[in-house]
Each structure stands twice: as C-alpha cells, then as structure tokens.
Design a protein around this ligand. Structure first.
Ligand SMILES: *Cc1c(COP(=O)(O)O)cnc(C)c1O
Length: 408
C-alpha cells in the first residue's frame, strides 16, 4: 500500500474553525431561525474596487481577440506589474527593491508555506505565540518539527509569547534561531511594530545569519507614521529578510487571488559545506518548476490597485474597515472590556474576563449576544485568555453586534 506522509498525522486536526462552526450550528439549530453575527473569520466583505473590476473586464475582452490573447505568462509575474509594485510599494518608501526581486503569486498563504521548499530541514525555527497557524502547520507537514506535545505545541519549534506583558511584541531570542516568522501588523492580535523594535530583529538576524520571514499582509491598514509598512524600511533587512505581501486584504482579493513575495538578490543561506548560496535563484527555480503564474486578468486587476483611481478606492475600503474597528474599540471599552489592536489593523484583541477561558467567552458571546468571534487559544497557547473580533464586516453588522454585546 502507498505510504502516507506521516507528518500530517502530527497535525492537530483542523480544529479551530470547524469547532466554531459546530458550536454555532448547534446553537442556531436549538434556537430555530436565530441569526448570529459573525465577526470570526478574517475575510473581507466589501465589493472589489471599481478600478480593479474595469481593468479585469478589459483584460477578459482582450483575451477574446487574436491580438490580445495571452497564454502562459512569466512564472515570476508580468514585468509591468512587478515594476508598479517596486515603484509604489518600495521605491516610494525609500526601499531599494527592484522589479526583479518581486515574485507575483496567487497568495501569501501558499508563498509563506512554499518558501520552505528552498530551505533546509534542520533549521531552528521560531514563531510567535499566538500565531497565524499556516506558519506552524506548514513546518509540521514538511517534517520540520517533532511530535505534538500534550499542550498542543510541537517539539522542536521555538515559541515566542506575545501578550500584555511585552505589549504583544516578541522578544529577540537569547539563543540562535535560523528562521523566524514575523507578521506585522499582526494577525491575530492587531499589534504593530515600530522601526526601532523591528531594527532589533534585523540586527539579530544579521548577527546570527538568520532569515526573517516577514508577513506584511496588513500593511495597508497602518495609520501611524512611524510604523514601517515594509521590513526593507529597516537598514540591513535586504540581507536577512523575505517579505510576503498580498492584495487580499487591501484590495479585497481574497476570492480573486493575487499576492507577491520579495526575495532580495543578495540574500543568502549556506550549504552543508558552509558555502554561501543565494536564495533568489533557488526561489526563481522553484517557481519556474512548480508554478505557472497568476492569470493575466488577475494581474491586470492587481495593476489597477496602483492607478490613481485604484489608490483612492482602496483608501476608502481601508477607512471603512478601520472605522468599523474604531466603533468596536469604543463600544467594547464602554462595556468594560480591555481591548488591544484595532488601531493599525482590522482586528481587535479582547482580554476575556478573568474567570473565563477563551472558549468559555466564545460560548458566552454566542449565547448572550449572538455574536461569533475567534477564541485566542485557537492561535496558540499564549492566546488563552484572549479573543479576536474582526472588523471585516458591514457597518450594520458591526453596529448591531456591538449593541448586542453592550446589552448583555
Ligand atoms: C489574510 C492573510 C494573508 C493573505 O493570504 P492570501 O493567501 O494572500 O489570501 C497572509 N498572511 C496573514 C497573516 C493573513 O491573515
């Protein structure tokens, strides 16, 4: 019989969102017809920007003509899109990232997992706790961890707790780790990192020859001037960091699918002889072999994000979600909750009342307010005692959800 990849058997069964659905379904069925407001899953709700729709419609029509038809595109993405990304997202912020260093893809979720293809199996890996589960699970699946421990963590991974005590900023490890995943603005806590704090990580990585995998999926939600949008705003980051960006949250492309990864030309690792090996050619090779590019239509849609109309429309989408976050912060605080996040990210992170676990609080909100959120413990051990609410929803749902919470 065929042998399976036993690493998959170590995974905690896709526990979080199925468990949420189970509890919600049980509750709504027992209270027939009852509507609950879902502020749980981190997916956008508002329609696509018109600039993107127009660009994609035009591209579809082009594809229907002899002159405009396109087959396979470059695996790295079309040059015109990579140029726009380089100029608008990097050069304009003083980061010298060239079009060649940008690899367009169909999502940051896949990129942040696929990157392991070009990295050795025996690297020491650190993640924050709580964490975006993709980083952990992709390491488990590829055999980079040991067994699952009783408390739900994996042997061999270093967990960097982020909580109230450290202001949701992971402390630079005392020991040497080879790879560290950082996500700022953070999902799930909504926390951000200043240039000064991020510099500590870049310095650590350069001193230890470590690699930072920096996920900036939420950079568009940043409101404060001194918070970096890209890790390349920090001196030295081009030698130690790969950055993941996505059009999912800024332009609402979660169902369209487009993202990109920045692999600087001069970033390197080593082989077992200790020779320096550049990562760019490895990632280029990986993409050329295993990926055939993002559709022309979608890339035209992504390009429109950088048009003046696109920028305006995206700003108003961000403003809309951030106004939701503001409403949530204000109402939750007036109801007596301790609330974090929500200033530069579309998530608010609530401290649950002292006598409850994250799951107790989930049931409490569901039953008393008919509001669904995400238990912090689902994102890691150190998420216990916290609860995530997403600002991705209609204004009406956000206002009603807050009313129902206040009226408990
Ligand atoms: C939503 C999200 C992404 C984006 O993933 P895509 O595959 O590009 O949709 C990346 N990282 C984090 C932490 C996210 O929450």
């Amino acid at each position: 019989m065929v042998k399976v990849n036993e690493n998959y058997l170590k995974l905690k069964a896709g526990y979080l969102f199925p468990e949420i659905s189970k509890r919600v379904n049980k509750y709504t069925q027992a209270n027939s017809g009852l509507e609950v407001i879902k502020l749980g899953i981190g997916d956008v709700t508002e329609p696509l920007p018109k600039a993107c729709i127009d660009a994609m419609s035009k591209a579809i029509n082009e594809m229907g003509t002899n002159n405009g038809f396109k087959g396979y595109g470059p695996e790295q993405g079309y040059g015109w899109l990579r140029e726009k990304i380089s100029l608008n997202d990097f050069i304009s912020r003083g980061c010298q990232i060239s079009a060649e260093e940008i690899f367009v893809s169909d999502g940051s979720k896949c990129d942040s997992s696929n990157i392991l293809d070009i990295l050795g199996d025996d690297n020491l890996i650190a993640v924050t706790d709580p964490v975006y589960p993709v980083y952990v699970d992709s390491n488990v699946m590829t055999g980079r961890t040991g067994e699952t421990l009783k408390n739900g963590t994996y042997q061999g991974l270093s967990y960097l707790a982020i909580n109230e005590d450290n202001n949701f900023l992971p402390e630079v490890p005392k020991n040497k780790v080879d790879i560290v995943y950082l996500c700022f603005p953070n999902n799930p806590t909504g926390a951000t990192i200043t240039k000064k704090e991020l510099k500590k990580w870049v310095d650590y990585a350069n001193e230890n020859n470590s690699l930072i995998l920096f996920d900036a999926a939420y950079e568009a939600f940043i409101q404060d001037k001194d918070i970096p949008h890209s890790i390349y705003e920090i001196d030295g980051a081009k030698n130690c960091a790969i950055e993941f960006r996505s059009f999912s949250k800024n332009a609402g492309f979660t169902g369209v699918r487009c993202a990109y990864t920045v692999v600087p030309k001069n970033i390197s690792g080593q082989n077992s002889n200790g020779d320096k090996i550049n990562l760019w050619p490895l990632w280029n090779r990986r993409q050329c072999t295993k990926f055939n590019g993002v559709s022309y239509i979608v890339q035209r849609g992504a390009e429109a994000v950088y048009s003046s109309q696109g920028k305006k429309e995206i700003n108003s989408l961000i403003d809309f979600y951030m106004e939701n976050a503001k409403i949530m912060q204000n109402k939750l605080r007036s109801a007596g909750f301790k609330v974090y996040g929500g200033d530069n990210a579309p998530y608010v992170w609530i401290k649950v009342p002292a006598n409850m676990t994250s799951w107790d609080f989930f049931d409490y909100l569901l039953e008393k307010a008919n509001v669904v959120g995400t238990p912090g413990s689902g994102f890691g051990l150190a998420g216990e005692g916290y609860f995530r609410l997403s600002a991705f929803n209609s204004r009406k749902n956000v206002i009603n959800a807050m009313k129902q919470i206040i009226n408990i």
